[in-house]
Design a protein around this ligand. Structure first.
Ligand code: A2P
Length: 260
């Protein structure tokens, strides 16, 4: 199979803050992925470029959707996102051919409760997973946490969860099983603090109404900056959970949100 990216069309773009936006593109009929995976995204190369700049993006849309959705940061001098943030409906975006990743249901052993810990744009793979009926077939409870610096950065996640609850396909499954816990670190908000601090203090479990993490019942997926992942993984390990992979499923998995 060719490795050359396919050319897709932008279907819609929504800007949330000066640092965050969402876009969706056409999906080739042959494009298959497992919920939670990422793919390379880029823009057609300009005259002075040898090859297009491509970056890994988590696919935020569910596998059953006919569009592909992505949630992105805007970095003013970022090689890709400085240009990508200017895309408009009908523009061309390059899509890689080989989705991969570890934030997939098959990398976890069966359990009772699935925790998804995200910061910033790290919520993207979970936007896909919370819209996948299989997530709810495998777990009794699904808890998505999203921590951002500022309240305005929670908008995408809040809209996503509200839309998912009202979705004709999965809404009924989701209601009663999905909890969405949001916290903020640099502004006033009902729940303040990094996810690591909320786990350590036990506040998270109080808010979620669950026992503390334990390897018999809990499964965890983590996505955010490299530092957030490292620190959160270390914290999760103190509760006795071990890291899994596609080839060796276990109790937690991690993935960086890569884009700069
Ligand atoms: P903080 O405001 O205390 O830095 P960023 O945009 O830098 O990726 O941060 C997104 C969110 O992740 C912020 O709320 C930030 O908190 C938090 N965060 C940053 N680093 C870590 C870390 N090492 N562990 C847990 N949370 C983190």
């Amino acid at each position: 199979m060719s490795n050359v990216p396919t050319e897709e069309k932008v279907l819609d773009v929504e800007h949330y803050t000066d640092r965050l936006f969402r876009f969706s593109i056409t999906r080739p009929p042959s494009f298959r992925f497992r919920t939670g995976e990422f793919i390379m995204i880029g823009l057609p190369k300009e005259e002075d470029q040898k090859r297009p700049i491509m970056r890994a993006y988590s696919i935020a849309s569910p596998a059953w959707d006919e569009k592909l959705e992505f949630y992105s940061i805007k970095v003013q001098d970022g090689p890709l996102t400085s240009k990508l943030q200017k895309i408009k409906n009908g523009d061309t975006v390059l899509l890689g051919r080989k989705p991969v990743g570890t934030l997939v249901l098959d990398a976890l052993l069966p359990g009772k409760r699935l925790w998804m810990f995200s910061t910033g744009t790290g919520i993207a793979p979970f936007a896909s997973l919370i819209r996948d009926p299989e997530t709810y077939e495998r777990y009794d409870e699904v808890i998505l946490t999203h921590t951002c610096r500022e309240v305005s950065e929670l908008t995408y996640g809040n809209q996503l969860v509200a839309d998912t609850m009202n979705d004709p396909l999965v809404g009924e499954m989701v209601q009663g099983k999905l909890k969405h816990i949001t916290s903020v670190t640099r502004e006033d908000y009902p729940l303040i603090g990094r996810i690591t601090d909320l786990i350590q203090s036990g506040k998270l479990f109080e808010v979620a109404g669950t026992p503390k993490l334990n390897p018999a019942e809990d499964r965890v997926m983590i996505c955010g900056s490299k530092e957030m992942i490292d620190d959160t993984a270390k914290m999760v390990e103190t509760f006795g959970l071990t890291e899994g992979s596609n080839s060796q499923p276990a109790e937690f998995v991690v993935e960086k949100s890569f884009v700069g």
